[in-house]
Design a protein. Sequence first.
Length: 422
Amino acid sequence: MIGSGVVLRTRSWIVLCLGFLTVGAPAALAADCPGHPDALGTSRTLVVDPREHPRIGTMQYRETLPLKDHEVVLTFDDGPLPKYSNQVLKMLDDECIKATFFIIGSQAKANPEGVRKLVAAGHTVGTHSMNHPLTFNRMPAEKFEPEINGGIEWTSAAMTDPSKLAPFFRIPGLMRAEGVEDYLISRGIQVWSADFPADDWRHVSSDRVYQLAIQRLEAKGKGILLLHDIQARTVAALPKIIRDLKARGYRIVHVVPATPERPATPTTPVEWLLHPPTETVPIARWPSVPSFVFTQTRTLPAPALADLNAQTGHQPLLPRRTKGQLDVASALPVPGRALFAIPEGSVEVLLSTTLSRRAAARLAMAAETPHAARGKTAKGKIARLQGRHIAHAAAAAPKPAAPAKSATPRSTRVATSAKKRA
Ligand SMILES: [Zn+2]
C-alpha cells in the first residue's frame, strides 16, 4: 500500500514537471498548430500604436520594436507573387508562424487573391508603394504621395475587409527621406525599416541567405528580419531558417496595429531601443556636451561670444562640465582670478610704509621670487639674479597696476646690467 502510494505520488510529480516544461518551452505552441507537433509557432502578439513610435528598425532609426531577447519578427516584401509567395505562405502556415507582409500595389492589382490569402491566414499586411521606385530619397511630394497612396488603394481594394490593412509602410529599398517619413507619419502610418536583412535580393545562394539571417540575428539577439517572398532563394532558405530559429531557442512575435478595440501592448520607452544604455556600454558614460546654461539664467545672462574671446566663425573651445559641476557653479560663483593675485610691486608698497625704501625693495624682491630660489637665501646671488629676470620680464609685460615709483628705476637698471652679463 505504502509502496504504491509513493509510486503514484512520484508519477504525479513527474507529470507535473513535464507539464511545466511543456508550458515553458516553445513546443507548447504545437498544441495551437494541429498536425505539426514540431512547429516553431508564434509565441505572442505585440500590438503597436504607430503614432507613439512612428519610425522603427535599427538599420535606420533609433527605435525598433519592443522585443525581448530571442524574439524575432519576420517580414516579407515585394509580393504577392503566386509562384513563390504561395510557397512561403504554406511554410509559415505549417509552422503556425504569423508574419508581416509589405505589399506592392501593382502586385496586389495583378494578384488580389494573394492578398486575401495572407489576410485569411492571419498575417499582418502593410504596404510598400505602388511601383517600388528606388528613388524615394529624391522624389518630390507630387511623386511620392501617389506612390504611397496607390499602394494603399490597390492593396486595400484586394481585401474583402479593407480595415484589415495595417498602417505600416516600408520604403522601397529603404531609401528614406524626411519628407516621405513626415507625410506617412502625418497620416498615422508607421515607417518600418528593419534590424537586419539576409541579402536575399542579391545574387547569392540560398545557403548564404540562411547563414546571413542567422548570423545577423545572433549578433543582435533579437529583431526584425527583412526577407522577400518573391525570391526562389528565400523559399529555399526559409525551412532552414525556421529550423535553426527553433533549435537556437528563438520565438516568433506577431505584430498588429492598435485599434480602438485593441489597445497597444503596454511598454516603456527604453524597450523600444534594441540595446538600452547600460553601465557596460562605454558610450553611455560619456558626458553630454555642455549647454552652458546655468540655473540662474534669469539673473545671470549667458555670456556673449565676444566675452569668451571667440574668433568669428569658430565655436569657443569650452571646457566640458559634468552636470554636477554645473550645479556647483550655479550655487557657488567662481571668484575672479584677480581677487587672489598680488600685483607685482604691491608687497614692496606694503613694506615701504614701515621700512626704509632700500630695505623694502630688497624684501619685496625676495617675496616675489619663486619658492625654489627663496628657499636658498634671499640675499644669495642666485636669488638676486632670478629676481632681476622676473623684474625684467615684468617690465616688458603690461602690468595690471601701476608699480611703486621707487621700484621702477632700480628694476630697470638691474635688468639692463643682468642682460649685459648674459
Ligand atoms: Zn522592396
